[in-house]
Design a protein. Structure first.
Length: 143
């Protein structure tokens, strides 16, 4: 599905691939994130500047958000991570994923995306499973 397609529940297909989405883990982004969450532990390892693993929330969620236009305002219900390698400051991440599940629960429409983030060296940094609630919105009225 192209990024200019209006995403509707009926257009989602389990097995659909998302991405690639690119995310630059710049020194400025890391510094602002560390200050915002007051996390200044383990800033480097063996002389390599590191980013807090929680920063990975952004590229995984942005992968889902860039999947469609306009954004219907999905609700982030849960996210699980498997950290596989330290996230280096300056890494250029490529995030890809797949829609793995769609289901109804208590009248709400849920979808699940499993994704992977690798740096420019091809090192897989993390995997994520994101559960979202697809909202009831009139997509024709989205900006």
């Amino acid at each position: 599905m192209s990024s200019d397609t209006v995403l509707t529940w009926e257009l989602l297909t389990v097995g659909e691939r998302l991405g690639p989405y690119r995310y630059a883990c710049t020194a400025d982004v890391v510094a602002r994130f560390r200050d915002a969450v007051d996390d200044h532990e383990l800033e480097e390892l063996d002389g390599v500047a590191l980013a807090p693993p929680a920063l990975l929330t952004f590229p995984f969620l942005q992968l889902v958000e860039t999947w469609y236009a306009p954004r219907p305002g999905t609700v982030h219900a849960r996210q699980d991570f498997t950290l596989l390698a330290p996230l280096r400051v300056g890494a250029d991440l490529t995030v890809t994923g797949v829609l793995t599940s769609m289901h109804l629960r208590r009248g709400r429409r849920y979808y699940e995306v499993q994704a992977s983030a690798s740096d420019e060296r091809g090192v897989e940094v993390a995997r994520s499973t994101t559960l979202g609630i697809y909202p009831d919105v009139d997509v024709e009225r989205q900006p």
